[in-house]
Structures are given as C-alpha cells and as structure tokens.
Design a protein around this ligand. Structure first.
Ligand SMILES: [Zn+2]
Length: 170
C-alpha cells in the first residue's frame, strides 16, 4: 500500500489584483487589463515526527508576502523579445516604465509596476515565478520544501495554470 500526503493553501490573503497584457503571437498583443488572481500552493511530502508535511502558518505567510508584492501592480515581463521595457528617471526619485510593441507604447509610473524576469506574464510563468520565490523564502526561513511543490495561479474564476517542481535536494 502506498500513501501520499499533501497540504494545500488557497486563502483570501493570496488573492492579488494586478494588471498585465501578454503577447499572443509575434504580431499580436493584448490590451492592458487586470485580474483578481489567486495563488494556491500545494506541498506533497512525508509528514514529520509531528505529523506535518510543512508548517502551514509559515507557508501561508510566505505565500502572502509574495502575493502582496504583486498586488496593485502592473506586471511587466523583462524577457519578452517583442516587448521593449525600459525604466527611466523622469524627475528626482520618480521613474517611469515605457513598454513598446511595434508602434504601440504604454507608460506607467515605475513604483506601480513590478518587472518580472519572465518572457510573458501568463498565469503559467507567474506561477513559476511565485514557486521559485516561495522555495527560496521557505529555505531562507529554515523550512525548506522537500517533495513536490505545486503552484496554481487562477486569473479569473476557474481559469488557471499549474506549475510543479519536485525538489529532491537543496
Ligand atoms: Zn489577462
């Protein structure tokens, strides 16, 4: 008999409201829009001597710290070869981010943007970014995730992407 354990985390505190737009093809780019995204985490692994796969509270708080960074921000990718994203200081202490796609141009206040090292701000790659940040945050706090970490990012009710990584060693 084989048994598996997993803990799941998906709470109101893990909802973030953020803007984005993605390139759909090399010549097609969405208009700016936003979602009330929800991030959920699942950790699959062996319970410890106290019967816990992972510290629920720490997982909740670290995931919330990451989703808070995304909340009320314009999410922009820095690795999209069709989107030119540049940041410039337009006044002392005030920056602007300019995004260009062909002859289209968007300008955002820099402190209202979060630039992500992804090729597109799809739910898939946001899920991966959240997962990598969460792995690092948990390890830094002495509770490394061992086993499988699954992150689900829902961009509107019932439309979600899942990223998964099996952590064999750190
Ligand atoms: Zn969207």
């Amino acid at each position: 008999m084989t048994e598996h354990y997993a803990v799941r985390m998906r709470k109101a505190v893990h909802v973030f409201c953020a803007g984005h737009f993605i390139t759909l093809t090399d010549t097609l780019c969405e208009p700016v829009h936003g979602h009330n995204w929800t991030a959920a985490a699942e950790v699959e692994g062996e319970p410890d001597a106290h019967g816990m796969v992972i510290d629920f509270i720490l997982l909740r708080d670290q995931l919330a710290a990451i989703t808070t960074r995304l909340d009320h921000r314009m999410l922009l990718p820095t690795q999209n070869r069709f989107l030119d994203v540049t940041t410039a200081e337009v006044a002392p202490g005030r920056g602007e981010v300019t995004v260009r796609f062909g002859d289209r141009r968007w300008v955002f206040p820099a402190d209202e943007c979060l630039l992500l090292p992804v090729a597109n701000t799809t739910a898939e790659w946001i899920a991966r970014w959240i997962g990598c940040e969460l792995l690092q945050a948990m390890a830094t706090r002495g509770q490394p995730i061992r086993g499988t970490l699954r992150i689900e990012v829902d961009e509107c009710l019932g439309q979600s992407a899942v990223w998964e990584r099996r952590v064999t060693s750190l």
